[in-house]
Write a protein that binds this ligand. Sequence first.
Ligand SMILES: *Cc1c(COP(=O)(O)O)cnc(C)c1O
Length: 414
Amino acid sequence: MDFQNDLKYAQQLDKEDGLREYRKQFFIPDFQGAAVAYFCGNSLGLQPKVVKFYIEQELLDWKNLGVEGHLKAKNPWFSYHHFFESAAKLVGAQKEEVVIMNSLTVNLHLILASLYKNRGKRRKILMEAKAFPSDQHAVETFLRLRDLDPSDIILEIKPRKGEHTLRTEDILEAIEENRLELAMVMMSGVNYYTGQYFDIPTITKAGKKAGAVVGWDLAHTTGNVPLKLHDWNVDFAVWCTYKYMNSGPGSVGGLFVHEEHGNNIDIPRMGGWWGTEEETRFQMDKHFKAQRGAAGWQLSNAPVFAMAMHKASLDIFDDAGIENLREKSLKLTGYLEFLLKDNKNLTIITPANPEERGCQLSLLTKKNGKALFQKLRDNGIIADWREPDVIRVAPVPLYNTFSDVYRLAEILNS
Ligand SMILES: *Cc1c(COP(=O)(O)O)cnc(C)c1O
């Protein structure tokens, strides 16, 4: 794309932006009387103004109805998880394949318990080296709990020497090489550190062909890029909703379980009463019988207030459309990349191919990285720092502008 390094030009792009009105639906934090340029939507998304009204509805129903709100609230709490078809749509799933519940790491433990099988020789789990710590901790502690030795099970795949990101061909080769021993492939869709967006369909296909279960951590992927989890035959996926999904700090997580597994109610699991059939749940029978679909992994009744925040956010995504958001995102991140191309003090470690990244660019600082990061803060620009030397910035299409991007680049280049 032909861009120009010029504020007037950035402002013109903002004027032509068909999604520009969505910014008005968010509260943008303030810095010295003006809006900050917020580039941390990959860490904690901003608050949609409507969130308050979604929560107020539930407060009102609780106040006026008490326990009867379970069935009589405007959005009956008993059925609350049914109101999240938009989440399934957003990740390209059938509605029974997605449930909103718990948090990412909890959901990861629950699904590992069901879908990881130690079959002797076939027991390995392929992961990316330096995966997000919680994923590493979850897999490691899950294995120890089963008296398995993580170092015997986990295979880590690393970038080639001198490279920052993984090549798809190397991932495919690792799968091929270990095809007789792989029980599972578990990776992040978009790596939190480098911003690399992996080729989910190709890797999933190869992993499944090798006889492994293939699962994805979509914390940095959901709400960032369009997904087709069902058609891609992904076995399972987990995500959080407070990053690109703007659903509030620590808000509820998501779980995708392909219908191939979801339809099998005999899959062993860590169960709770909310995973049982709704018709018979209140017969208070002692025997657990799972309901079909991802909802069969629910443990508890829905945390309605957190879910109300998520519902508010999903309605915005529904309205804007993830394909439209992606189109703007490619341009917005592309513009940032263009503005930084001559910067000698930074290396962009995120892949240059737009198909291999989402919103985020990870900027490897060569010297005085921390000071540069502080300079951003002093100029009302919110980014984040990841040890030892990376500044992560994520222009998001719902509320960032081309002028925000220009402002960021101006400081980084100065
Ligand atoms: C943010 C993030 C998490 C967070 O897990 P929680 O259980 O929501 O605290 C997990 N994995 C990845 C890859 C993340 O980026």
